[in-house]
Design a protein around this ligand. Structure first.
Ligand SMILES: Nc1ncnc2c1ncn2[C@@H]1O[C@H](COP(=O)(O)OP(=O)(O)OP(=O)(O)O)[C@@H](O)[C@H]1O
Length: 572
């Protein structure tokens, strides 16, 4: 069997086999459980679906959402209203509509998340939960005051059969989350959780990433609320109270609900802890205290149960991976530099009183490598930020292949201008392969990815990024952007994470980039040996102004440049 086929089998085959086994376990439990445990089983499944949703928005996309049960209430409300209205389609159709309605509200709630983070987002989502609670207490769910209950479909009328239906719905939801996570949305959730700037630089929309996470999370919340309604027959505001949403969030953090098995484990705790307290004659509210303490422990330890268990396993089985790059035997081929492909004119940036850039002009030749050097604080990173659209206040013009480049960083990245960062912006939650696909915004053939990774001495594509050291992650960032085939790639100190002895070997690879990948480069670098070995032309910045610009040898011999590097002249 070919490699690609084998990949497809494990991509689709393994989750489907797990799903079939889960259905069989569900059938076994349906037969084996008595009515009481079947009822508790339904509660576990309902909570697991809500936690799965929370796992998407908090665990995967890194946002705080304290209103998950409000989405449940929306699902419950829609199912109750359709039931009272004797709407066509039946319970499962209403369940879907309830989920979709919650998903739409999720997008609306996600809108403030585009601007808010951390405690501010917590306040907004908890505020929504409180407002929804007050409203629901006031208006009540449709049917409750008239005694019109939501009846389960006749085929699943008893608790055991309804438990099986809930298990099937959970499996469908889990498969949905699993495949979404492995697709472009899932990668953008992991990316936005790690770095919004890194996400935008890869040409992905931060807005879509955040809104889609809220939509999926709320849809699952709505479905869990609908299932809960038919479990009990009626929906009550107490089932969706803000305190419950808060406790569910804590449980999601503590268990690591972005992992499907841990969402189910969290749901078991959600049901079992109050149930055990009740049996022992302890007030059930102590369950919140227990969840709170476990949550504090998880937040203080910056970890959760799911990742801790996986870490334990990995530490036993695998070590961390790094870059293995050696010098080439032959002088690598170079393209003769062509006409300018990236032209910057009069670029100026001020931060308050600081003039970080003043009227900077430069050009990157097609098929060439332009080096930008200068002392610390000269404005090099500001230059990359301004060219790539991260500083909207920048004045001046940027042209890419003869067309004015305007717009935000995502739009510029999609137009063919990519950049890397000085700091690590590669999300640890993905595999190398998933990250490269995400940055490339396409699914490059496995052989193409493997060849590019090998060329830069990076670990194999299947390696999880949390097992890769920071130096390798920065080269993987370069590979990901090269796979996008941009016209120009801006590299901000790409060798910073590598041991010095590997700089020259890395430089030899960079020199081949224009010929091998068809991408022209602008490189900011402090290591002048690397600069000398890679760059055809140089622009020197000092105090935000261009000090010298031209062919490498001329620029490095320029007395003004030597003076700017006073104390470092031997390096030149
Ligand atoms: N967000 C900001 N707010 C205020 N001042 C800033 C900001 N970013 C950069 N600066 C200032 O702008 C100037 C240029 O900084 P920049 O980081 O671009 O320099 P650099 O050449 O990249 O330095 P290094 O080589 O140390 O990375 C510095 O004086 C810096 O303090």
């Amino acid at each position: 069997m070919q490699l690609a086929d084998r990949g497809a089998v494990s991509r689709f085959g393994t989750p489907l086999v797990v799903a079939v086994v889960a259905v069989l376990v569900g059938i076994g439990l349906t037969v084996g459980l008595n009515g009481y445990f079947a009822y508790l089983g339904v509660s576990v499944v309902v909570a697991a679906i809500a936690l799965l949703g929370l796992g998407v928005v908090t665990g995967s996309a890194g946002m705080i959402s304290l209103c998950q049960l409000t989405f449940g209430a929306i699902g419950a409300w829609v199912v109750s209203a359709l039931n009272v209205a004797h709407a066509p389609g039946g319970f499962l159709f209403w369940l879907l509509l309830g989920g979709l309605a919650a998903g739409v509200v999720g997008v609306l709630i996600g809108l403030p998340a585009l601007r808010l983070r951390g405690i501010n987002l917590a306040v907004v989502t908890l505020g929504l939960a409180a407002a929804a609670d007050v409203t629901l207490v006031e208006i009540q769910f449709p049917g409750t005051t008239d005694g019109v209950s939501v009846d389960r479909p006749s085929l699943v009328a008893d608790d055991n059969a309804y438990f099986l239906l809930c298990v099937v719905v959970l499996i469908v939801c889990a498969l949905l989350v699993h495949f979404l996570r492995r697709g472009p949305w899932g990668s953008s959730w992991a990316a936005v959780a790690f770095s919004e700037r890194g996400t935008a630089a890869a040409g992905a929309s931060v807005r879509t990433a955040k809104l889609s996470a809220f939509a999926v999370s709320a849809t699952l919340g709505g479905i869990s609320g609908g299932l809960l309604t038919a479990q009990v027959g009626f929906a009550f505001p107490t089932s969706f109270a803000p305190l419950q949403s808060l406790a569910l969030y804590v449980l999601a953090i503590m268990s690591g609900a972005h992992l499907i098995d841990m969402a189910i484990f969290g749901a078991v705790l959600w049901v079992a802890v109050p149930e055990l307290l009740k049996r022992w004659g302890v007030p059930q509210d102590w369950g919140y205290v227990i969840f709170g303490l476990l949550g504090i422990q998880a937040l203080a330890g910056r970890g959760n149960l799911g990742t801790a268990i996986r870490e334990l396993w990995r530490r036993r089985s695998r070590a961390s991976a790094g870059v293995q790059i050696t010098a080439l035997d032959e002088e690598p081929p170079r393209l003769p530099p062509g006409e300018p492909v990236l032209v910057v004119r009069g670029l100026s940036v001020t931060f308050g009183q600081v003039k970080a850039l003043s009227g900077v002009d430069l050009a990157v030749p097609k098929g060439g490598v332009l080096g930008v050097i200068g002392p610390n604080g000269a404005g090099k990173s500001t230059l990359v930020d301004a060219i790539s659209g991260f500083l909207p206040q920048a004045e001046g013009t940027v042209e890419l292949a003869g067309r004015a480049l305007t717009g935000n960083p995502t739009q510029r990245a999609r137009s063919g201008l990519r950049r890397t960062f000085q700091q690590d912006r590669v999300p640890a939650g993905l595999t190398i392969e998933a990250y490269v696909r995400f940055a490339a915004r396409r699914r490059p053939p496995a052989a193409e990815v493997a060849a590019a990774l090998e060329f830069f001495g990076c670990p194999p594509a299947a390696t999880p990024l949390d097992r890769v050291d920071v130096g390798a992650r920065r080269l993987i960032e370069v590979v990901g952007h090269l796979m996008a085939k941009p016209q120009v790639l801006l590299l901000d100190e790409p060798a910073a994470g590598l041991p010095h002895e590997e700089h020259i070997a890395f430089g030899e690879r960079l020199r081949q980039v224009p010929a091998r990948f068809g991408v022209s480069l602008l490189i900011i670098e402090h290591d002048l040996d690397l600069v000398r070995s890679v760059c055809d032309t140089l622009t020197v910045l000092d105090f935000g102004e261009v000090l010298a610009s031209g062919p490498q040898a001329e620029v490095l011999a320029d007395p003004a440049v030597l003076k700017a590097y006073l104390g470092e002249t031997e390096m030149l």
